[in-house]
Design a protein around this ligand. Structure first.
Ligand SMILES: Cc1cc2nc3c(=O)[nH]c(=O)nc-3n(C[C@H](O)[C@H](O)[C@H](O)COP(=O)(O)OP(=O)(O)OC[C@H]3O[C@@H](n4cnc5c(N)ncnc54)[C@H](O)[C@@H]3O)c2cc1C
Length: 302
């Protein structure tokens, strides 16, 4: 386990909640909706709104999640700057694939009536097959659904080549989950090289890549490729996480007329939000420095 991940795992939950505040819009749907509105009004940043939650095993809680998403998509009517993102393990996959698929179908069909796009997030690799099965089935029925492919996984190139023949919106990212060496690349540089290739492959096959990275060099490399190949800016977009400090590159992209979309998560029950918050904290390069500063500060009485 990495140093940062070990530190984050040792943190008491209230501290996780405090430190991860920049990555989360707040508590309750209203916080997600108003953050998205603010990003749009103030900076012309698009959003994808997400109810934080994964591994929800309780039937009533799953029903509650569905209700919140239905309310979210109704409230987002006419707000062209927003989409929503959701996860299979918060929508009842533990009760059976049929139940989970039905829950997704309800949300996607309601969203479709409001011209609102829905992304099915990709969780760790044991869920890749079922998530893609859901995506294929739902894409067959609806135009307003996309999913995510993680460039670290060896399978991803084949998954791109097996996508439905209709254009698909596919978030292409390196993937946040540590995956074993038998299924995934282990070096970040290789994952990023693969992300670049996946973006090209998606475009080649008529899909719409949602280029999700905070790596400025990689973003600039993508921009150069898109420009040199005269790819119109309605064929792709850039995505970043709320809370990751990337104002300069976001504004540079916006000035070029690109779509930049932020992932805007909100919490209902914090017990379901903690896993996301811990992943974000563990990915923050300042975490180790911050913790060390506190340890040194305490030992020197500062
Ligand atoms: C919109 C969006 C949706 C995503 N959806 C999924 C998904 O469905 N499934 C999935 O597995 N992964 C998802 N991810 C996560 C993604 O796969 C990566 O893990 C994450 O974006 C970090 O990779 P990176 O390409 O930014 O490269 P990195 O090398 O990890 O990051 C580049 C630089 O960005 C900065 N940075 C990155 N993270 C943080 C942070 N938390 N705090 C402060 N600075 C940071 C650092 O300076 C770092 O050096 C999503 C990411 C985005 C942006």
């Amino acid at each position: 386990m990495g140093f940062k991940k070990a530190i984050v795992n040792l943190m008491p939950n209230p501290l996780v909640k405090i430190f991860s505040a920049p990555y989360v819009a707040g508590t309750g749907l209203e916080s997600g909706l108003s953050a998205a509105e603010r990003f749009w009004d103030e900076e012309k940043l698009h959003s994808t709104i997400d109810l934080l939650g994964e591994e929800v095993y309780d039937h009533d809680e799953v029903e509650g999640v569905v209700e919140i998403y239905l309310e979210a998509v109704r409230r987002l009517q006419g707000r062209k700057y927003a989409t929503v993102s959701l996860k299979p393990t918060q929508l009842g996959i533990f009760e059976g694939e049929g139940y989970c698929l039905e829950n997704m179908r309800k949300i996607i069909s309601t969203a479709g009536k409001q011209n609102l796009h829905v992304t099915i997030d990709m969780e760790d690799h044991p869920y890749a097959d079922v998530t893609l099965r859901f995506f294929h089935e739902l894409r067959d029925e609806f135009d307003n659904v996309g999913t995510v492919l993680q460039s670290r996984l060896f399978r991803t190139r084949d998954d791109i080549l097996s996508l439905p023949k209709k254009p698909c919106k596919i978030r292409t990212c390196i993937g946040i989950y540590n995956e074993p060496a038998n299924v995934a690349l282990q070096k970040k540089s290789e994952m990023k090289e693969q992300l670049f290739e996946n973006m090209q492959l998606l475009l080649e096959h008529g899909h719409y890549p949602e280029i999700a990275t905070h790596d400025v060099a990689l973003i600039n490399r993508c921009v150069k490729f898109l420009e040199e190949n005269k790819i119109p800016s309605n064929r792709y977009e850039f995505q970043m996480l709320m809370g990751v400090p990337r104002k300069a590159i976001q504004h540079k992209l916006l000035e070029r007329g690109e779509i930049v979309r932020l992932y805007v998560p909100f919490a209902e029950k914090w017990k379901y939000a903690l896993a996301y918050c811990k992943r974000r904290l563990a990915a923050n390069p300042m975490m180790a420095a911050y913790v060390l500063k506190n340890i040194v500060g305490k030992s020197t009485g500062r």
